[in-house]
Design a protein around this ligand. Structure first.
Ligand code: GLC
Length: 560
């Protein structure tokens, strides 16, 4: 790549703190480890497996929601923000998990879901029982319908999960009544963030978990809380991504300027619990916002600490695309003095070991199922290992999703009957949805449910191929994906890569190369093997070098 090398230098973080270089591991509690054998993972299961994470060498864990919830959206429909769903355990299990994690030097981030509650939340029950215009209704977004009988939704917005973003209620007197907004499932009514009562409630929820010792919050749909006041129609198809280009209007439901006031207030609350490099409590935005400069507004010095870099996650596997997104991301966050946050997989997207096995240029799939074009598993894993090794060498913070350290692919042949993601139902099956990345992970090749729990039960079926990915098949095996991750995390720490400075090196068009922290990193995207400079000492490689000591296709090496 011709990288104008002299101009490209970026640090990935101006104000150092533990979070600016942390590697944070996402745990999806339903699918991590099941202590009680009911087929659904739980908090005691996580606690019992914390040693795995300490051995792996991550700095922190982020727990997807474990709060009381009817599970209409796998826990992102919260009925009570101050408790634990019985499926997952008790509040004392949460306290124990936090304490045990800390005892192993792992920080703990919990998920906060402020855009919407569950329809089972007491506030929504009160809203349904109350009259139009009442204080109870004003905690949500209720409106009269359009048309003579109010039988048409108040505007044309669509739900991210498919279908209309409005549902009509039956008034207490039995007549068809108002409509409420839900950008996601109808069991997830959107809150009205213009209401001071809503703001006060969430400050209190923050304090509740901060008092229990958490180190921060991952903020769900952080770009959605404020809607354009007139709720204007939006003729475009609905996507969670703001998709906003400089010359295009911004969707009225995403990335409104008003959201930033909320995060400024929260930042003050968090800072009152600790703001130093060691004890800072952090906010990380799940904000599907483009371009990078617009996303960077969420991480200005008095707002959040991090924002997931989805533009990076979505970038094509080519040298120019990766160069462009890395450069843009570093520049945008450097401009506001925040760390860049790298991520390749999470519970909402096709796992990168499968995504990268699809032909380059395939649009982002929303799940893969039987009958869909299948990824090439070998190519996918090979590229995933190369991509991860590239990512872990970049300055800034990185997020890992449970199972990726095993090279786990998406379950791409999950029968439709077992799918639980509301996306599948609400799109009439047009989108397979996200179940394939949420299948319980394998720990032991020969145990029931591959060691997920003590029984065969698993809330989504695990494919037979899971045995070969099990942790006990990979631990101590040179070249395994697990050992690749573990080795890379150790070297990343030793060389201070997370707080280092990236300097691009001149390289052929299908190669990316840069230095950071005394190491040189090289990724070969091209068809031909690439030689290393004479005397190069390879310290980590995503694939073996060829007989001539060259870097093969779809491989990354770190060398001195
Ligand atoms: C976020 C979550 C996703 C959830 C949605 C609605 O995008 O990551 O899993 O379905 O918000 O809460």
């Amino acid at each position: 790549m011709n990288t104008n090398a002299t101009h490209q230098e970026a640090t990935g973080g101006a104000t150092p703190g533990w979070w600016t270089e942390a590697v944070i591991y996402q745990i999806y509690p339903r699918s991590f480890a099941d202590a009680d054998g009911d087929g659904v993972g739980d908090l005691p299961g996580i606690t019992a497996r914390l040693d795995h994470l300490a051995d792996l060498g991550v700095d922190a864990i982020w727990l997807s929601p474990f709060y009381p919830s009817p599970q209409a959206d796998a826990g992102y429909d919260v009925a009570d923000y101050r408790g634990v769903e019985p499926l997952f355990g008790t509040l004392s299990d949460a306290d124990r998990l936090i304490a045990e994690a800390k005892a192993r030097g792992l920080r703990v981030i919990v998920d906060l879901v402020p855009n919407h509650t569950s329809s089972a939340h007491v506030w929504f029950t009160e809203a349904l029982a109350a009259a139009p215009g009442s204080a109870a209704r004003q905690r949500y977004v209720f409106r009269d319908g359009r048309g003579p009988d109010g039988a048409e939704p108040p505007n044309d917005w669509q739900s991210v999960f498919g279908g209309p973003a409005w549902s009509r209620v039956t008034e207490p007197d039995g007549r068809p009544g108002q409509w409420y907004l839900h950008l996601f499932d109808s069991a997830q009514p959107d809150l009205n963030w213009d209401n001071p009562e809503v703001r006060a409630e969430f400050v209190d929820v923050l304090r509740f978990w901060l008092d229990r010792g958490v180190d921060g919050f991952r903020v769900d749909v952080a770009h959605g809380l404020i809607k354009q006041a007139d709720l204007a129609d939006w003729q475009e198809p609905q996507e969670i991504l703001s998709g906003q280009e400089v010359d295009k209007p911004r969707p009225p439901m995403w990335d409104q300027d008003g959201v930033h006031d909320i995060y400024r207030q929260w930042r003050q609350v968090l800072d009152s619990y600790g703001s130093s490099a060691e004890d800072g409590r952090i906010l990380v935005a799940e904000a599907w916002v483009e371009p990078a400069e617009r996303l960077a507004r969420y991480v200005r010095p008095d707002e959040m600490h991090q924002a997931f870099n989805f533009e990076y996650l979505l970038a094509a596997w080519t040298a120019p695309a990766q160069y462009a997104v890395i450069t843009r991301s570093l520049e945008a966050t450097d401009a506001v003095g925040a760390p860049t946050t790298w991520v390749l997989s999470n519970h909402d997207v096709v796992r990168h070991a499968s995504r990268l096995g699809l032909p380059i240029g395939t649009p982002r799939p929303n799940g893969i199922g039987i009958g869909d074009p299948q990824p090439d598993a070998a190519v996918g894993l090979r590229r995933a290992r190369a991509a991860t090794l590239l990512m872990l060498a970049l300055p800034g913070s990185a997020y890992l999703y449970q199972g990726e350290e095993l090279g786990l692919p998406e379950h791409t042949t999950l029968p439709d009957e077992v799918r639980q993601d509301p996306t599948f139902r609400r799109t009439g099956g047009a989108h397979r949805g996200r179940d394939g990345c949420r299948v319980p992970i394998p720990w032991e090749a020969d145990a029931p449910s591959y060691g997920f729990g003590p029984t065969d039960a698993s809330w989504l079926p695990q494919p037979p191929s899971w045995a070969e990915y099990a942790l006990d098949r990979q631990r101590g095996v040179p070249g395994s994906t697990y050992e690749l991750y573990r080795g890379a995390l150790r070297l990343r720490r030793e060389h201070g890569l997370g707080r280092g400075t990236l300097r691009w090196q001149e390289s052929p068009d299908t190669v990316l190369s840069f230095t950071n922290g005394g190491l040189t990193v090289l990724t070969n995207f091209g068809p031909d093997p690439v030689p290393l400079p004479a005397g190069a000492q390879v310290v980590q490689a995503s694939a073996p070098l060829d007989d001539a000591g060259r870097v093969p296709t779809d491989a990354t090496v770190w060398y001195r």
